[in-house]
Design a binder for this molecule. Structure first.
Ligand SMILES: NC(=O)c1ccc[n+]([C@@H]2O[C@H](COP(=O)([O-])OP(=O)(O)OC[C@H]3O[C@@H](n4cnc5c(N)ncnc54)[C@H](O)[C@@H]3O)[C@@H](O)[C@H]2O)c1
Length: 457
């Protein structure tokens, strides 16, 4: 049996997913290809293109043994008979469905590459997040080959989260495999099971029809984002009523039907997936003539935007209704802790709004400064990027905490207070810091969804 696996797309999903697969399946050869030469070079080097705790060790163990990174896409297609496709599926920015539907051009391009460079039957695995029923289009494109080849399409969406990718992939809550109910589909499913059973217990592998699998991924992301927007909407109500969102979340979370995870108030969700996947769900609902369903899910995104605007409005309001010319130390730009990824980070939108108010920004992040610079390229205003937090706060009027990096907890906030203008403010958009301790040092502290701690009368 051919035991070569190819993955097209060496991004945040393709790289870590295949590294874990190769590590656990020494009897398979795993090749990861990408059209982006710089990215492949980085995967081959000591400085991987993405930061994930524990990833360096896994890659070092498997690379050169049975894990290979390459730009030879066509050679990889020829060699492997199982092809994972993990290319990006961003929101469409043009034509019908612009702003909501998924842009499938990268995905379709890979299908055409597969047809052109295959000389044997293949299993094509949807690893990217795709609209429900994409597999049908895929199957049609692939079967249009004139070489008499057979292609089986499998849906195997990825549920790992950035920042915890290695643990999520090594110990997944579930692996979902959707297949066609045909003899070919079932044989392809068995090949997938053979791979995953190397390290995932059978009871954690859920097999479904292909449409349920595609839709489950979109809905899982939508439900997670919906929890964040639900809690964030209540954080606004807490601030009006002196209720405390930490207490409300803890009380709610004790109900086993609700569960305690994903109930932390914040400036909002980010990352490359949540927003695009919900908008995709909204588009699909509209497409299938379900406007009420579409409006329901769209509200999750609207609340997220609202929470970012509300945070900036609070900064302006509490700092005497003007931040023009005031220096703001932005602590954290990544969309969450333990990643350098800033795609759709709330920090991008918050910083742009602060710049519109003519604040001066000093941005500090342990891993995301390079991406922050790219994200804010072209913005007019006074922006500095500081690897050193103490440099960032020098002469600042306030600190805006935008990412929940645990590193921030280790900083010397007495020293920070000394370096800042007075009165010194902290706006904690992640409810990360010890607010009472900050207040005792002298800061005026504005958490999210909790009573403020202010020395100002
Ligand atoms: N990032 C996450 O946390 C996450 C989690 C689960 C699922 N997903 C989904 O997985 C998919 C990939 O996400 P990502 O974050 O890894 O994206 P990414 O942008 O980091 O990586 C995609 C890679 O595909 C490459 N690519 C695009 N077209 C190509 C082609 N025709 N040939 C060769 N390479 C090509 C790009 O150069 C890029 O390096 C998306 O559908 C996403 O929604 C992402």
């Amino acid at each position: 049996m051919n035991k070569t696996i190819l993955c097209i797309g060496a991004g945040y999903v393709g790289g870590p997913t295949m590294a874990i697969m190769a590590d656990n399946c020494p009897d398979y050869k795993v090749i990861v290809v990408d059209k982006n030469e710089a990215r492949i070079k980085a995967w081959q080097s000591d400085t991987l293109p993405i930061y994930e705790p524990g990833l360096d060790e896994v890659v070092k163990r498997a690379r050169g043994r049975n894990l290979f990174f390459s730009t030879d896409i066509f050679g990889g297609i020829e060699e492997a008979d199982i092809i994972f496709v993990s290319v990006n599926t961003p929101t469409k920015t043009f034509g019908a469905g612009a702003g909501k539907a998924a842009d499938l051009q990268y995905w379709e391009k890979t299908a055409r590459d597969i047809i052109e460079h295959s000389s044997g039957d293949k299993i094509v695995v949807e690893k990217s997040t795709l609209p429900v029923r994409t597999a049908a289009a895929m199957q049609r494109i692939l079967q249009s080959n004139t070489k008499g080849l057979n292609f089986e399409v499998i849906s195997n969406p990825e549920f790992m989260a950035e920042g915890t990718a290695v643990t999520d992939l090594q110990h997944p809550d579930r692996v979902l495999i959707g297949s066609m109910n045909t003899p070919g589909g079932q044989a392809a499913l068995q090949r997938m099971l053979d791979i995953y059973l190397h390290w995932v217990p059978r009871e954690k592998i859920k097999t479904t029809n292909i449409w349920s699998s595609e839709l489950s991924k979109l809905v899982s992301n939508a439900m997670l984002a919906q929890r964040i927007s639900s809690v964030n909407s209540i954080s606004a109500l807490c601030e009006k009523t002196d209720a405390n969102i930490l207490e409300v979340s803890a009380a709610m979370g004790l109900d086993s039907r609700i569960g305690s995870k994903f109930l932390r108030a914040s400036i909002g969700f980010g990352g490359s997936c949540f927003k695009k996947d919900i908008l995709n769900l909204v588009y699909l609902s509209e497409f299938y003539g379900l406007p009420e369903v579409a409006a329901y899910w769209e509200q999750v995104v609207l609340i997220n935007d609202y929470q970012e605007r509300r945070f900036v409005a609070k900064i302006c309001n509490k700092m005497f209704n003007t931040i023009a010319g005031k220096k703001i130390a932005v602590f954290g730009f990544a969309f969450k802790a333990d990643t350098g990824d800033t795609r759709e980070s709330p920090a991008i939108y918050v910083c742009k709004m602060l710049l519109e108010e003519r604040a001066r920004l000093a941005i500090h992040d342990p891993k995301a400064l390079e991406n922050a610079m790219l994200d804010l390229t072209g913005e007019t205003g006074d922006i500095t990027y500081c690897a050193d937090p103490y440099e960032a706060v020098k002469g600042a009027h306030c600190i805006a905490v935008l990412t929940d990096w645990k590193d921030f907890l280790k900083y010397d906030f007495r020293k920070i207070y000394e370096l800042m203008e007075k009165p010194a403010f902290i706006f904690d958009g992640r409810n990360l810091l010890d607010h009472q301790a900050m207040f005792d040092i002298g800061f005026n502290v504005y958490p999210l969804g909790q009573p403020a701690l202010s020395h100002l009368k």
